[in-house]
Design a protein around this ligand. Structure first.
Ligand SMILES: Nc1ncnc2c1ncn2[C@@H]1O[C@H](COP(=O)(O)OP(=O)(O)OP(=O)(O)O)[C@@H](O)[C@H]1O
Ligand SMILES: [Mg+2]
Length: 263
């Protein structure tokens, strides 16, 4: 029988000490009033498996632009990005999509759930896109819905859910293919303070229970303090990268650092 090649087995699995994400000298220019303006400037960092890092920066600092580059949804003007050892710059469009589907779960500010699908159908959609039968993953998907506290909602459609519920469902969807990395672009930006806090705490639980690395982009100091490392972006440049040994960053530390950096 001929082997069916899916993008899940297209490349050998990278060694576990390979950074789950690495950016080296990344720039992104965009034309503004006829001039090429750098929106992302010389960004370099590595994220290790299971790390929970946040990128903090004011509106317009280039957070979404950077996250789209990291996810392979946009290409850098210069520099290299590798995802779980796969160099996005060497991949063509199709390979980039395969790397993204296999290794990255993306969480958006506005959820992007499909309105005509139930929670369960939304959550298992990425599996079906990978050509996998969701029924074969039943137990794992059940555990995922449980972890995100949305088991009771499994037959509901997004229109009948709160923002916090929709975001928890979209986290479950992002995890359905067991990616080693979650990229979240302001996942609390459209939620109440309480629902937002729950979502960020859940991302912490996800990291703890599943070992998923999380890169959370935010302009909220409270959210930034949820990780164990905070990177500060300003005018497209990484001003500071605070990996704290021996303890999580507090909200006060984030405020203090913002003041020090003058942003
Ligand atoms: N397609 C584009 N063409 C030109 N400039 C753009 C384009 N997209 C974004 N920009 C500019 O790039 C800068 C960074 O935008 P980006 O959306 O990455 O910021 P952000 O930090 O995510 O902001 P926010 O917190 O408001 O989401 C902004 O000045 C924006 O106007
Ligand atoms: Mg943004």
């Amino acid at each position: 029988m001929e082997a069916v090649v899916t993008d899940s087995d297209a490349k050998p699995a990278p060694r576990s000490d390979t950074p789950v994400l690495e950016a080296r000298g990344v720039f992104r220019f965009r034309p503004v009033e006829g001039q090429d303006v750098p929106i992302v400037r010389d960004v370099s960092f590595a994220l290790q498996p299971g790390e929970f890092a946040t990128i903090m920066g004011p509106s317009g600092s280039g957070k979404s632009t950077l996250l789209h580059l990291l996810a392979g949804l946009d290409s850098p003007s210069a520099g290299d990005i590798t995802v779980a050892g796969h160099d996005l710059g060497r991949a063509d469009e199709e390979e980039r999509a395969a790397i993204r589907r296999r290794h990255i779960g993306f969480i958006f500010q506005f959820f992007h759930l499909l309105p005509d699908l139930t929670v369960e159908e939304n959550v298992t959609l990425p599996l079906r896109i990978l050509g996998q039968n969701p029924r074969k993953h039943r137990g794992r998907i059940d555990n995922l819905l449980e972890l995100l506290g949305v088991t009771k909602l499994r037959d509901r459609r997004p229109a009948a859910m709160s923002g916090g519920e929709m975001q928890r469902v979209s986290i479950a969807r992002a995890l359905s293919t067991q990616p080693p990395l979650i990229l979240a672009d302001e996942p609390t930006g459209n939620l109440s303070s309480k629902a937002g806090e729950e979502v960020v705490q859940l991302l912490g639980r996800v990291r703890e229970k599943l070992g998923t690395a999380v890169l959370l982009v935010t302009h909220n100091p409270r959210d930034a303090a949820a990780g164990d490392r905070v990177m500060f972006l300003h005018d497209g440049a990484m001003l500071a990268d605070n990996s704290l040994e021996g303890g999580p960053f507090g909200v006060a530390d984030v405020h203090h650092r913002l003041e020090e950096l003058g942003i």
